[in-house]
Design a protein around this ligand. Structure first.
Ligand code: PHE
Length: 323
């Protein structure tokens, strides 16, 4: 075989002229540079067969031709990819994508959890449809107890109801966990309330429960004060006064000071009643506990300056996108 690299190159130039689309460019590349059967490979295979006198310089000539071909092919791919979409203006600003955000109630739940997590609390979910037993009886409210206020409860049947508070988790949790207990129960609760700016039949609460050998009322007060300062700001103030819940003794209610609205009640709390500890199979000679239950909708309303609880559940984007 006669080796004529100049001829190969000029053939290539000729062939390359009409070639435009990527597939044809590839084919051209294979034809000339292909590793198995490309023209240049075949030439290289012939070199050893040449008389020594004719071999000189042929290696570098092959390299020269190869890079000339590569240059042309690379050039073609470049111009082709630009030509494919001549209408594309790469300087046009991009389209903006809407990004979602967390619901204000979710933000509040996560923040309260984070604050109490720092004090050693974890959290668990609980059933919203529950028995009269856990929602009332085991919390020291027998069937005829005045605090049940039947008007307010959604009964499914005589034994089953929609929980009226997250306190339904107290005994349920104690029955299956030994002290020390430090746990939060966030979730929905239900009461037969007429909807207005401050009431809805479904709302959110967050319960806290601590049972330990050495705890006392001062731990409860200190923890709640710590919570208020973290959640509403270091300058915020709480005040406490006596109250009555059948499942705590003594019981308190806590108010936080709001610059526009004055004192607002945010939670009920107290030392866990001995009967509740007993129902939870806790040894009363060794352990005591405290509990609190806060209204999360109210916390969100105070924190974000929301005047009507109903906007929290309307899914109006004009409201939601502010968070
Ligand atoms: N369950 C009470 C309520 O719904 C709050 C509370 C929880 C009070 C725990 C004392 C202890 O108002």
């Amino acid at each position: 075989m006669k080796i004529d690299l100049d001829k190969i190159l000029s053939n290539f130039y000729e062939e390359a002229q009409g070639v435009k689309i990527p597939r044809d460019i590839d084919q051209l590349r294979i034809k000339y540079l292909g590793r198995r059967n490309g023209f240049l490979v075949r030439v290289t295979q012939e070199i050893p067969k040449l008389p020594v006198s004719k071999r000189r310089g042929i290696g570098s000539k092959v390299t020269e031709v190869r890079s000339a071909i590569e240059r042309v092919l690379a050039d073609k791919t470049k111009t082709e990819s630009e030509k494919i979409r001549p209408d594309v203006d790469v300087t046009t600003p991009g389209k903006k994508t809407d990004v979602g955000s967390l619901h204000p109630l979710t933000l509040v739940i996560e923040e309260v959890k984070a604050i109490f997590h720092y004090l050693g609390f974890s959290w668990v979910d609980g059933p919203e449809v529950d028995s009269d037993l856990y929602n009332f009886q085991k919390l020291n409210m027998p069937p005829d107890h005045p605090a049940r206020d039947v008007q307010q409860t959604y009964y499914i049947n005589t034994d089953t109801l929609l929980r009226t508070h997250t306190s339904n988790m107290q005994v349920r949790y104690l029955e299956t966990h030994q002290p020390p207990v430090r746990v939060l129960f966030p979730g929905r609760a239900y009461r037969r309330d007429m909807p207005d700016a401050t009431h809805l039949p479904s709302f959110y609460q967050l319960e806290g429960l601590l049972v330990d050998a050495t705890t006392s009322m001062t731990d409860l007060l200190g923890s709640l004060d710590y919570f208020a300062k973290k959640f509403f700001g270091e300058k915020s103030k709480i005040r406490i006064y006596g109250h009555n819940f059948p499942y705590t003794e003594p019981s308190i209610e806590v108010e936080v000071f709001h610059p526009e609205k004055g004192w607002i009640e945010i939670l009920g709390a107290g030392m866990v009643h001995p009967n509740v500890l007993k129902n939870g199979k806790i040894d009363q000679d060794k352990f005591r506990g405290w509990a609190f239950g806060m209204g999360l909708d109210r916390l969100a309303m105070i924190k974000y300056g929301i005047h009507d609880i109903r906007v929290l559940y309307k899914n109006d984007l004009r409201f939601l996108t502010q968070f």
